[in-house]
Design a binder for this molecule. Sequence first.
Ligand code: C2E
Ligand code: CA
Ligand code: CA
Ligand code: CA
Length: 280
Amino acid sequence: AKEQGKSRYVRYVEEMDARAVEHARLGAELRQALAAGDLFLLYQPVVTLPHGEMSSLEALVRWRHPERGLVSPAEFIPVAERNGMIVEIGAWVLREACRQMVEWRSRYGDAAPSRMAVNVSARQLRDPAFVRTVADVLRETGMDPGDLLLEITETAVFDSGPALETVKAVRELGVGLALDDFGTGHSSLGLLRTCPVDVLKVDKLFVDGVTGAAEHSAIATSLAQIARALRLQAVAEGVETEAQAKRLYQLGYRLAQGFLFAPPLPAGEIERRLAERAGD
Ligand code: C2E
Ligand code: CA
Ligand code: CA
Ligand code: CA
């Protein structure tokens, strides 16, 4: 048994080594990917309930890898956070999303989405140059600060002292703030007192429960009430069924996002939908 235990340990160490090597390789490739233009953005609509009309968009990054194919952000964002590349990638995402939004505003006018949401990781919030990056991108692209919504997670704000100051400074620029994956962190409600947010994105975890028994829908119900009391917009994330959408509407949700309405879409598909809307 002792022998077996040892070999299991050795195997464990070898697996960890293999993972570390894999991460290092992915990290190095990521550096090249940004330079080579292998990153691109998809845009997932946030829609109004009950009719499912496109209200705003969330930019979601993708990596077209020459050999691996499409790599999901769930895989490479953590790698980029660890090796610091997220600062550059994040700045690129921000600039590209703003550039696209400005283009759509000028092309579609009132039919354009109301705003563009961009995800910001904890590591970016800790970067002392973050606020300046945001200000620079707004100026360079001509983006109206009110058209931009930055999505941050509660852990990102809590894991780091300076993050709250950064968040407030960004808010001063006129940019909107959303708390992403709301309810999954440790002090969601406490954060609402100190952090100047406009939007709560209620995590899919709670949305999944809305059609179930009362104890499963309790959190989504409470979060809708809290949002209303604090005059925040609540967005239900990860809506996949008509039944969920209907129930969410009954609970007071007026904004939702999920595969039921639209998956993350390429810019061209967003344009097709906007052109249709501008034409009718
Ligand atoms: P997130 O910000 O919570 O984004 C929502 C994720 O849920 C997206 O995955 C989206 O495709 C997926 N999703 C949307 N609707 C549904 C649904 O109805 N059902 C299910 N099962 N999933 C749905 P994605 O695009 O793979 O992104 C995963 C995560 O990677 C994001 O979670 C975000 O944390 C991170 N991420 C993506 N793009 C960026 C970025 O540009 N910067 C940073 N820092 N993080 C990013
Ligand atoms: Ca998000
Ligand atoms: Ca989310
Ligand atoms: Ca998430």
